[in-house]
Structure formats: C-alpha cells, structure tokens
Design a protein around this ligand. Structure first.
Ligand code: FAD
Length: 459
C-alpha cells in the first residue's frame, strides 16, 4: 500500500511516520516549504523559544528577591534571542528529516495539487512537475493567518505571526489586533523585551475561550507588565502614515505604532489544492468535511489537522495524523476529543481542558466547582510563583468535566486533569490519590477537595 501525505506539519509528518510504522509499503510526503509546518517553523516552537528568553530575562531581573545579587546591566540582545530560536527550530527540523530517513519516507519539496483520488501533481520550485500516484492520500495542508481587507498588510509594518517571529529589529511599539492565544503570547514577549505593546480585543476580555476569572488573572499580569489591553474595542480603520501604523478604534481613540500584528484567527490553507475540483465536500468556514474515521467523502482520501473542523492545535493535528494513517491502512480508529488541552504559555501560564463554566452556564447544565489559590501552597511560595489558581468543575455524579489553571507550570499540571476528564474519573477518585509534598500538584488535590467543601488549606 502506498500512502501520500500533502503537508509536512505536525499532522502530516506524524501521519507519515505512523503509516511507515504500520506497514505501508511506501510513504511520500509532499511539502512546499520546510517540514514541521506552522508549528515548528512559525508557531508553537519558535514562540515558546522566544518566551523562554523573555522569561529568563524577567527571572534574572527578579534575582535580588531570591537573595542573588547580579551586578551590571541586564538587557536583552534581540538578535541573539532570535538566533537561539532559529537554532532550536533548525535542530527540530533536522530531527524530523532524520526520522523520515530512518523509516524510508520520501520527502518531495513542492506544491501538491490533487488531480484525482489517486493522483497528485507536484510543482517544484524550479517549475518542473512530478506526478505522484498513491493508493491512499492524507491531506494535512494546515492553515494560514486571516488578514481582514481593512488592514494594509505589507509583511513589514502590518504583519502576521508568520513575519513577527522573523523580525530583525525590536520595534519600539506594537499594536496587536486580537487578544487570543497568539496575540497574548507574542504581546508579552515583546513587552518584556522593551516594546510598548497595545492589545486591542473585541471581546469583553482576552483569551475569549476561557472563563472571565481565568483571563482576568492574566490581564492583571499584563497590567503589571504595562501592556495596554483595550478590551471590548474594535479597530475601525488602519493605515500606514509616515512609516507608522495608525489605527482608529471603536472607542473613538487612535493608536500609532511601529508595527501592527494582525492576530485575529487562521483559515485552512486550501487555495489551488484541487480538493473542490475532485469533489471533496467542505463544511462551514471552508473546512474539509470528514467522517469519524477522518475520511473525506472521496473514498481513500483522509484529512487532518487545521483543515478540518476540530481545534486548531498541533497536538490535535498529530493525534488525527496517527488515526488517519492507521485507518488508511485498513484500521477503524476514532480520535477521542473528550479532553483536548488548551494551553497558553504566558507568565502566568493558562491551561484548560473539558468544559468551562461559561459553556456549562450557556447550556444550562448544573455543576459543582472547587478552586484553590497557588498562594496557599508551600511549593508556590518556595519558588516565588504564587499568582493564580486551579479550578475544577464536576457534574452532579462527581465526574470531573472540566478544569482551568492559571499559574506556574499550568500547562504541565493540566495533564493530570486531562487524564481525569478523558477517562471520566470522579473528584473522589483523583482527590484520594496522594500527591507529593511540596509540589504544585498538591493544588490540584486541594481544588478537588474543595468541590466537596473539604479543602484543608482553604483561606
Ligand atoms: P501546519 O502545521 O500548518 O502544516 C501544514 C503544512 O502543509 C505546511 O508546512 C505547508 O507548507 C504545507 N502545505 C500546505 N499546502 C500544501 C500543498 N498544497 N502542497 C505542499 N505542501 C503544502 N498549537 C499548539 O498546539 N500549541 C501551541 O503552542 C501553538 N502555538 C502556536 C503559535 C502560533 C504563532 C501559531 C500561528 C500557531 C500555533 N499553534 C499552536 C497552532 C499549530 O501550529 C497548528 O494547529 C498546527 O501547526 C497544525 O498542524 P497541521 O499539520 O494541520 O498544519
């Protein structure tokens, strides 16, 4: 069986490796840029590498409060920070190429267009064409940033996340349109390095998918960081005047900045992909329609990742890649979407899984809540990160149905609660497990006990 994968992002490259592992005779990946996709080249990894640098800077600045004297200037070196990020990206890309070689996966550099259910036409950089035939095809074309037409996007002054991660100079000021995950992470990185950042967000608060109390905790930190957050405000006009970006806002004010980052969302990257020509059906917002086995309406063609109507996250794309590969080879697996982690790598970190309170309230569902503040934890005090809280939501049968964490190591701590939500565990089952002392995970146990009003260290 020959499998061809279009797109070498976290969906496509994982699908290819899994297909090779599960006995495909031949696996081909068609990628027009570098393997790793958005995630590795201009997404998850570069942003986290940059945030690690800005968080190191902030930690060093706080060293005195830990009893460490540091003499001399502490200042960021922007180009060295970018170099570090580039090296990490290059190293991880080389890692994927190594894995492809190890499994005899053929990588073809070029743009893949579907011709029929078994044929892809690949156009290479030099204009030459190659026809790839395959028994099964997995589409993993990913997504690109949305830039509404009112923004004079030029890739220099008005930019998207694709360009912001490659800036050569630190801008003095930056307007960020959209206070979602991308706008928040990038905004805090630049502000910590010395850029004056203004975030304009249409919704009532940043991180619109999370509960208000969670998002407000991060907004409070943004205030301390001196990031200007204008929530409940829209951009009405945006133009470039004298090499600056000038935006007028719905609150009657205007913002002038060196750079404007448009971070209002992403859309499937399906232009000229041939999918509609061969009759593949789409659903709302131009996403590819798949069944529960991730197969499109055209037999033998599967679709995964940001192009289908599931959460646009790397870990979701990879899991879908694994499942589509197994199914393309005759399996009948389904993805378990019950516990998809949502993570924001700001300081403090924000993480969530399962239902939020606002979702439960909108659905009129009854629930019980337990909450615990990090400041009451010995470990949080010891490491000097006391901001934030853990919130656990349970249904009337005591089943854990959602959790939110804002605070130190939230994105790692979340996994215990993801497991609980995914496996349908109860508050009592998880709360009865002995948690290490002193550890941040004790906070999870305390929040679980709080659901039953039995939190020992409740204030
Ligand atoms: P992509 O990663 O977009 O890969 C698709 C690949 O297909 C690309 O390499 C593209 O060049 C190639 N391609 C497209 N069309 C063709 C064609 N016709 N022929 C050949 N090649 C083609 N997610 C997280 O889970 N955690 C995070 O921390 C996180 N941070 C992010 C930060 C930023 C700034 C951004 C922008 C995104 C972030 N994401 C994060 C989202 C994550 O990057 C995506 O959900 C993920 O990359 C989607 O994987 P994918 O394989 O579906 O598509």
């Amino acid at each position: 069986m020959k499998i061809a994968v279009i797109g070498g992002g976290p969906g496509g490259y994982v699908a290819a490796i899994k297909a090779a592992m599960h006995g495909a005779d031949e696996v081909v990946v068609i990628e027009k840029k570098r393997v790793g996709g958005t995630c590795l080249n201009v997404g998850c990894i570069p942003t986290k590498a940059l945030l690690a640098s800005s968080s190191m800077l902030m930690n060093v600045k706080e060293a005195k409060s830990f009893g460490i004297d540091i003499d001399g200037d502490i200042k960021p070196n922007f180009s060295a920070i970018m170099d570090r990020k580039n090296k990490i990206v290059d190293q991880l890309i080389a890692g994927i190429e190594f894995l492809f070689n190890k499994r005899d996966i053929k990588l073809i550099n070029g743009f893949g267009k579907l011709v029929d259910k078994n044929t892809i036409e690949v156009t290479k950089e030099d204009g030459s064409k190659e026809i790839v035939n395959a028994d099964k095809i997995i589409l993993a074309n990913g997504s690109v940033p949305v830039v509404p037409s009112m923004f004079p996007y030029d890739g220099k002054l008005v930019i998207t996340s694709d360009e912001v991660l490659g800036l050569e100079e630190l801008p003095q000021s930056m307007l960020i349109v959209g206070g979602g995950v991308i706008g928040s992470e990038i905004g805090q990185f630049f502000q910590n390095l010395g850029t004056q950042v203004t975030i304009v967000e249409m919704a009532e608060h940043i991180l619109g998918n999370e509960d208000k109390d969670v998002a407000k905790q991060l907004q409070r930190q943004f205030k301390k960081d001196k990031i200007k957050v204008l929530a409940g405000v829209g951009v009405q006009t945006c133009e470039i005047v004298d090499n600056k970006v000038v935006a007028t806002l719905s609150n009657g004010k205007s913002v002038t900045a060196d750079t404007c980052l448009v971070a209002v969302g992403r859309k499937p990257n399906l232009a000229n992909s041939g999918i509609e020509e061969i009759g593949i059906e789409l659903v709302g917002r131009g996403k590819v329609k798949v069944n529960e086995y991730l197969e499109t309406n055209v037999e033998g063609i599967y679709a995964i990742g940001d192009i289908i109507d599931t959460a646009m996250l790397a870990h979701v794309a990879s899991k879908e890649g694994e499942v589509a590969a197994v199914n393309a080879l005759g399996g009948n697996k389904k993805v378990n979407y019950s516990a998809v982690p949502r993570c924001v790598y700001t300081e403090p970190e924000v993480a969530g899984v399962g239902k939020t309170e606002k979702q439960l309230q909108a659905a009129g569902e009854e629930y019980n809540v337990g909450q615990f503040d990090f400041r009451a934890l010995g470990k949080a005090q010891a490491i000097g990160h006391i901001q934030g809280f853990i919130k656990v939501l349970a249904d009337n049968n005591d089943k854990i149905i959602g959790a939110s964490i804002v605070g130190p190591h939230a994105t790692d701590l979340l996994t215990e609660l993801s497991l609980a939500v995914g496996l349908g565990l109860t508050v009592e089952q998880v709360g009865d497990i002995i948690h290490a002392h002193p550890s941040l995970s004790e906070g999870l146990m305390e929040a679980l006990h709080d659901v039953h009003g039995e939190c020992v260290h409740a204030a």
